[in-house]
Design a binder for this molecule. Structure first.
Ligand SMILES: [Zn+2]
Length: 208
């Protein structure tokens, strides 16, 4: 039978790098690999390109889960999916179905959104957690980049993606697409992850 591997974590934790490392190992094992990546806002960047000896593996940009079937080759051994959180929720059944067809799935993606809540698939309440009971899960962590004035960065392990708009923590209801403001992200630990709710700063307190 096939299997599913998930690489999850916040931004800057090295998910795509780990996915590419795993793909290289599959190519060394002479498995046939296909890599899919969602098209986001009609943008597609070409960064996920792997060269292994004579093999060139380019991420195939797809609009939806249905779209994957248009490119899926029958004799593929390993189906890789980058940025799985940007798909529709049919991706859950797709992964389970392909694992039952003796395929190996390796997917990477964000587990939490900028609000610190499970990252929902497109137009759905489902999220990557639906796949976790059926998967080997690699949970990667980044480094907290929080810095007060001129002090050193915090440096603790980070599981949250802090959204900053013009340098300040984004509010809970801030729009996903911003016009005319500078938007950045930083990896943060639980203590330094801030979200503005009802104009009051809410801090995720460390319960330990
Ligand atoms: Zn911190």
């Amino acid at each position: 039978m096939g299997e599913i591997e998930l690489i999850v974590g916040c931004m800057f934790c090295g998910k795509t790098r780990e996915l590419l490392r795993k793909i290289r190992m599959e190519l060394v094992s002479e498995r046939k690999v296909q890599l899919f990546k969602p098209i986001i806002d009609n943008r597609y960047d070409n960064k996920s390109i792997i060269t292994h000896d004579k093999d060139n593996l380019t991420a195939i940009p797809v609009e939806s889960t249905e779209d994957i079937y248009n490119y899926l080759e029958d004799d593929v051994n390993v189906i890789c999916i980058d940025e799985i959180q940007f798909f529709d929720d049919k991706i859950v059944d797709f992964c389970l179905e392909q694992a039952n067809r003796n395929k190996k799935i390796i997917a990477s993606g964000l587990n939490l959104d900028f609000r610190g809540e499970p990252f929902k698939f497109r137009n759905s309440n489902k999220h990557i957690g639906e796949l976790m009971p059926y998967s080997l899960v690699y949970h990667l962590r980044a480094i907290c980049k929080y810095k007060k004035d001129d002090s050193k960065i915090c440096g603790r392990p980070a599981d949250f993606s802090q959204r900053l708009i013009d340098g300040k923590p984004a509010s809970y209801n801030s729009p996903l697409i911003l016009v005319g403001a500078e938007e950045t992200y930083e990896a943060r630990c639980r203590k330094h992850f801030f979200i503005l709710k009802n104009n009051k700063m809410k801090q995720e307190k460390d319960s330990i």
